[in-house]
Design a protein around this ligand. Structure first.
Ligand SMILES: [Zn+2]
Length: 672
């Protein structure tokens, strides 16, 4: 039997032939891909010719072609559509891939060639992009331990392998906890819930094989439940289950894993000669050092906490007015905040919801990209990996740009959250390779599917990442698309959220699901006026998580991360009725892999820039100003990692921003 993963994909746009890929194909395909990569690297390392950029760096860029293809398919499926076979494969692949990557960085002959090029770099006549790729390749080898010797190198290889295994286990435990829990609701339990929540709960019940509605731990179901359910007892039960993910005891408990992960990361940093894991990790980010991160977070923390404390007082009074003689609890916040929003801004989520249909919001994201960058979107009739996933061809001026896949609905086989990935990245080396970009979300299914305003923002956010991939225009795959500093990568995504706030976009696309009428201008204005509502809460839950992440990695590893988390929260004066947005046992950003470890602050670092970048459009009085959009594409969206992030931003805006635009954007500049 042939293995579809190893064939040439003679399909429209070279899309993976999903219908013919069987789970049993992945292990042999991965083995073949690793063998091919090893052979290619061996040829480069053994080349008798003097190292050149072409025979070493460019050749290395192409060595993992098959691996990129196989892994591109596999990791998209294991995140968006897991099953026991794929879970087992993921556990099997983690140490294999770690060993493979260590083997390459530990290849002394290969590193000698890269190092030789690095020393001679000024005389090689390289283009700017080639110089950048050489610099990043050399840096990445050094940071991976290529310059280490003997026992230190062996130990580092072991540490990295163990970290890969632990990250996979953390992710799978979390998915298991999220998949297993639900709370059935009787008719009496529906009190306070608007129709859209009841309908989403019934759909969730069907998915779980239950006769009636249920609440699951999916954010787009549990958050509206907490906002609207008048049953304090049920809110407490749901909230406790939601925040206990990864700490329920038994096989899926993540607490011991977090301690081991932090200890190994600290050891990794020590082996490489860094003071702490945060110092190691932040060296290559825009922030540069733990101190710069802490300074930003604390500048935001103080006004945010002051705002949250003032808000807590208001909400407590509302709780007491309801005859509940108790302190405001975390499961009360969203409920009373929703009531207060209705009272103070005359804004009701249930009134808003019919205007935010999924399909209309997809159209709004596409339409904004058309006006800004001239992109066009055409639905494709192709078989994908799940019936809920949809694909579009993206073109400009009749030329193919990318394939965009949107996979929007929550299901038990999908990990939580929302993300963007490229099943294939843009590059020009070895042919004009166009990207296949995927947006995955977890919206509650409904008929029609109605989003919250937050959900719609998430859709725009992920689409901003997708644009970063789709508009990428570089030669080398290693610096393509979102291959940029972590604290810069959220700029395109967070910036794109601003177009959802453009009145003309709302007027055109926010239409009533039943009547088709556009959103009334008074409702639209009330929505936009309430944009910074409850920002104290939102900022506090986020910054607390970011500070805990930073503390975990800035210094010796804590032996008991749960106790360390509590100590950080006590030190910063965490308000009693707010919890971290992600507590340690389910803090996937930090523990599922290295992506956002000592890096959860990145969203806020990028926000400093996104607030300022959108102001560039506002200053010229047109959110679709062609000249500003062209600069955005040229210096940021098409540039990938071809230069340092601050250089790219400065090229776009003429200067770097201060924190003021962020505080203003969050309405925290007025807090005493
Ligand atoms: Zn993002």
């Amino acid at each position: 039997m042939t293995n579809a993963l190893l064939e040439i994909w003679d399909t429209p746009f070279g899309l993976p032939p999903f219908a013919r890929i069987r789970d049993a194909d992945f292990a042999p395909a991965m083995a073949a891909a690793l063998a091919e990569g090893r052979a290619a690297v061996a040829v480069i390392a053994a080349n008798p010719e003097r190292p050149t950029f072409a025979n070493t760096i460019a050749a290395l860029e192409l060595a993992d072609d098959l691996l990129d293809r196989v892994a591109g398919v596999f990791y998209n499926l294991s995140g968006a559509d897991a099953n026991p076979a794929r879970d087992a494969l993921q556990r099997e692949f983690a140490p294999m891939l770690s060993a493979y990557s260590s083997e390459i960085t530990n290849n002394a002959a290969l590193f000698a060639r890269i190092d030789d090029l690095w020393r001679r770099r000024e005389g090689l006549g390289l283009t700017d992009e080639e110089m950048r790729v050489l610099t990043l390749t050399h840096r990445s080898f050094v940071r991976s331990g290529a310059a280490l010797e003997g026992a230190a190198r062996e130990r580092l290889t072991e540490v990295k392998s163990r970290l890969a295994v632990l990250g996979t286990a953390f992710t799978q435990n979390l998915l298991a906890d999220e998949r297993d829990w639900f709370m059935a609701l009787s008719e009496d339990d529906l009190d306070g819930l608007p129709d859209f929540v009841v309908s989403a709960a019934r759909e969730a019940g069907r998915e779980k094989g239950q006769p009636g509605p249920v609440v699951t731990l999916s954010r787009s179901l549990i958050v509206p439940f907490l906002q609207f359910s008048s049953r304090r007892d049920l809110r407490e039960r749901a909230y406790r289950a939601w925040t206990a993910r990864g700490m329920n005891g038994g096989a899926s408990d993540n607490r011991a894993l977090t301690a081991e992960i932090l200890a190994l990361r600290a050891e990794r940093a020590t082996l490489l000669g860094y003071e702490s894991f945060a110092a190691y990790k932040l060296e290559t980010e825009m922030a540069g050092s733990p101190k710069a991160v802490r300074d930003l977070l604390m500048a935001v923390w103080e006004p945010a906490r002051a705002q949250a404390d003032a808000d807590a007082g208001r909400l407590t009074a509302m709780l007491h007015d309801d005859g509940v003689n108790d302190a405001l609890a975390p499961w009360d916040w969203r409920y009373y905040s929703e009531k207060r929003r209705l009272a103070e801004h005359d804004l009701d989520e249930a009134e808003l919801k019919p205007y935010f249909q999924l399909d209309a919001m997809i159209a709004a994201a596409f339409d904004s990209a058309a006006r800004l960058f001239g992109l066009e979107f055409r639905p494709l009739d192709v078989a994908l990996y799940h019936p809920d996933a949809r694909a579009w061809e993206v073109t400009r001026g009749g030329s193919h740009v990318a394939v965009f896949i949107g996979d929007y609905f929550a299901r038990g086989s999908k990990r939580s959250g929302a993300w963007c990935s490229a099943m294939r990245s843009q590059r020009k080396l070895g042919g004009d390779v166009r990207p296949i970009v995927v947006n995955v979300c977890n919206f509650a299914k409904g008929d029609p599917c109605l989003l919250s305003y937050d959900d719609a923002r998430t859709l725009f956010h992920e689409f901003g990442h997708a644009l970063h991939h789709m508009l990428s225009n570089v030669t080398y795959g290693s610096i393509s698309g979102t291959s940029v500093a972590r604290d810069f990568v959220e700029l395109p995504s967070q910036l794109y959220e601003h177009w959802l706030e453009v009145p003309a976009v709302l007027d055109r696309h926010a239409r009533h699901a039943v009547t088709g009428a556009p959103i009334p201008s008074s409702l639209r204005d009330r929505l936009l006026a309430a944009r910074t509502y409850d920002m104290g809460f939102q900022t506090v839950e986020y910054v607390a998580s970011a500070l805990v992440d930073l503390d975990f990695h800035d210094g010796p590893a804590p032996s008991d991360p749960i106790a360390a988390e509590a100590a950080t929260l006590a030190r910063i004066g965490m308000p009693a009725a707010i919890t971290m947005r992600h507590a340690t046992p389910h803090f996937a950003h930090v523990f599922s892999g290295d992506g956002y470890s000592a890096g959860y602050y990145s969203y806020m670092w990028s926000e400093v820039m996104d607030a300022d970048a959108f102001a560039a459009f506002e200053e010229v009085g047109d959110p679709f100003d062609p000249a500003t959009a062209a600069r955005l594409e040229r210096f940021i969206l098409s540039a990938g990692g071809s230069a340092e992030a601050d250089q790219l931003y400065t090229a776009f805006r003429g200067r770097m921003p201060g924190v003021e635009a962020l505080l203003k954007g969050r309405g925290l500049d007025r807090v005493a």
